[in-house]
Structure formats: structure tokens, C-alpha cells
Design a protein around this ligand. Structure first.
Ligand code: CP
Length: 321
């Protein structure tokens, strides 16, 4: 396929959002500048009219709570409306064999943008190539990318640390299949002097290809084998779930799923007073709920809320410019 999504280069209007490779630090700062305004709208009792008259289709082939919920809430907070298509394999003509391309061409006739979640990497790009009139926003494509998750992760780190360079962090869990990890590493590579420790079962290490790509871009990567090797006082911990849906063998999944668990003891021993404890969610046992009330834990608080604010900002920029 020859289609390549356009770089943003400070101009968002009408553009597809497929990969984090489209963004520059300047583009990210344009989004972040809008976040306080979106936060204010979020706290206000009435929706704004920023997206008045606009309809956004939420086309989700794969289950989602946060991305579906926050995109829907974002559109509504801004005074727009959504066309909610969850599980089109069952509830739309996809069940009769309609192709993705045809589905996209049809829904683009009804709306101003399509937010697409799919289980197969590369599908967002295929959809963007098929769409003629409206932008496609990748809401996670299989083991590929999840660019809007990365925007909210960066926003959360930036809010707490005040910078996106000179950071140290650890990423844990499913680094092979985890799209949030892939997009976040790509994003951190755009800023100077970031170091990320990679902790996963050996079967779920970052692929050689991704490792080479990210380290060539400038992030210092250090693979470690045990949570004992996590250096003290890192700026962030980014824990992820081992994803059952990516395994063909349930036995292998069961063996690997809880190899690395964030426990109060580990936090006590290794985290610093300003270490941010992050997780894109859902979690399925890899963070002890006893940590939830720790003020450093942001995965159920600011990290989730930032998801709505950055998506509101992005939709405003894409639909209004
Ligand atoms: N973080 C995230 O993408 O969550 P959902 O799969 O629930 O959207």
C-alpha cells in the first residue's frame, strides 16, 4: 500500500491521525496548550459549542472502555454528537461480509471524522487510504500503535515532571505486543536524553526491530530481567498488562501474565517520592489495588482524565483547525 499519513507540521485540520511518527514536539505542544481550556470545559456544567453541528463516528471492532468512553465524552463535552458503532462484526453489515473499505466509505457520508479501533495492525492506515472526505483517527490497531493514548501519557508525564526530556523510566509487561509501549517509546525518542529500562518476560521483549528503531532514534534502552534491577527514583513507571487476546496458547499466557506485579513492597523499595506510577489500563492483576491510594499512582486519576482533555484538544484541532 502506498498510502502514508501526512506529517502534522503544525497544521491539524482534516488530517488523519494514524501513527505517532506524524507528530513533532511542536505539534505536541500545540495540543498541550489547548488542554487547560479543555479542562475548564470539562469542569463546566454545560457543553461548549466547539464541535456544534459535528458528528464523529466511533467505529470500534475491538472492545474498549477508556478510548471509546473518552472519545465519546470529548465530542459531547464540545457540543458535538457521536455515531456509536461497537462490535460492527455483529451489529452492522460487516456481519454480512461488508469490507472495511466499504464500511468506511459509507460512514464517512454520515459524519465529520471516524475514530477507528481494530484488532489488526495497519488497519487504520487502510481505512485512511479508503476514506475520501473525512479524517480517520487511530484508536488502537492490534499490536501496531495507539497515538492518542501516547498523547495522554505524555501529557501526564509533562504535567507531573514539567518536561519530556532528561527522563528516566521503566516499562514493564508486554513489550512485544503492547501498542501503547510502541507509541510511547517512539514519542520519547523525539526528546533528548531519555532512558527507559525494559522489564518483561523474555518471550515478550520488545522485538529486535523495534529495539533497533527506537534506540537509533536516540532513547537509551536498557533491558533488565528482574524487578530487583529497577533503579531507584526513576521519573516514571509504565506498567502494562500481558494481553490474553494476543496469545494462541492459553497455557503460555497463564505462565507469563503475572511475572511482574507492582506491589506496595516494590514501590516502597524502588520508587522515589516523585515517581509517577502509570498504566494505560485495563489492569488484570499486575498492579496491587493497595497502591491505588498512593498519591504517586495516576492510572485511575489524572492519566484517565487527561485522556479526555487531549482528545478534546485533538478533535478541536482536526475538525476546526
Ligand atoms: N488504554 C486503553 O486503550 O483502554 P481501552 O482498551 O479500554 O480503550
Amino acid at each position: 500500500m502506498s498510502f502514508e499519513p501526512q506529517k502534522i507540521n503544525g497544521k491539524f485540520k482534516g488530517k488523519d491521525i494514524i501513527s505517532f511518527e506524524q507528530f513533532s514536539p511542536k505539534d505536541i505542544s500545540i495540543i498541550f496548550k489547548l488542554v487547560p481550556k479543555m479542562r475548564k470545559i470539562g469542569y463546566n456544567a454545560k457543553p461548549s459549542d466547539v464541535l456544534k453541528g459535528k458528528i464523529v463516528t466511533l467505529l470500534f471492532y475491538e472492545p474498549s472502555s477508556r478510548t471509546f468512553g473518552s472519545f465519546g465524552a470529548s465530542v459531547k463535552q464540545l457540543g458535538g454528537q457521536t455515531l456509536d458503532i461497537q462490535n460492527p462484526q455483529v451489529f452492522s453489515s460487516v456481519s454480512k461480509g461488508e469490507s472495511l473499505e466499504d464500511t468506511i466509505r459509507v460512514f464517512e457520508a454520515y459524519c465529520d471524522a471516524i475514530v477507528l479501533r481494530h484488532s489488526v495492525a495497519g488497519t487504520a492506515k487502510i481505512a485512511a487510504s479508503a476514506a475520501k472526505y473525512v479524517p480517520i483517527i487511530n484508536a488502537g490497531d492490534g499490536i501496531g500503535e495507539h497515538p492518542t493514548q501516547t498523547l495522554l501519557d505524555l501529557c501526564t508525564i509533562n504535567d507531573k515532571e514539567g518536561r519530556l526530556d532528561n527522563l528516566t523510566g521503566v516499562m514493564t509487561g508486554d513489550l512485544l505486543y503492547g501498542r501503547t509501549v510502541h507509541s510511547l517509546l517512539r514519542a520519547l525518542s523525539m526528546y533528548k536524553n531519555n532512558t527507559v529500562y525494559l522489564l518483561s518476560p523474555k518471550e515478550l521483549r520488545l522485538s529486535k526491530e523495534d529495539y533497533a528503531k527506537v534506540s537509533n532514534l536516540g532513547v537509551k534502552l536498557v533491558e533488565i530481567d528482574s524487578d530487583k534491577d529497577i533503579p531507584k527514583n526513576l521519573d516514571f513507571w509504565y506498567w502494562t498488562r500481558v494481553q490474553k487476546e494476543r496469545f494462541s496458547s492459553l497455557a503460555v499466557y497463564e505462565k507469563l501474565k503475572l511475572k511482574f506485579v507492582m506491589t506496595p513492597k516494590l514501590v516502597e523499595e524502588k520508587a522515589g517520592k516523585n515517581t509517577i506510577l502509570m498504566h494505560p489500563l485495563p489492569r488484570v492483576g499486575e498492579i496491587d489495588p493497595a497502591i491505588d491510594s498512593d498519591p504517586r499512582a495516576v492510572y485511575l486519576s489524572s492519566q484517565v482524565r487527561n485522556g479526555m482533555y487531549v482528545r478534546m484538544a485533538l478533535l478541536d484541532l482536526i475538525l476546526n483547525g
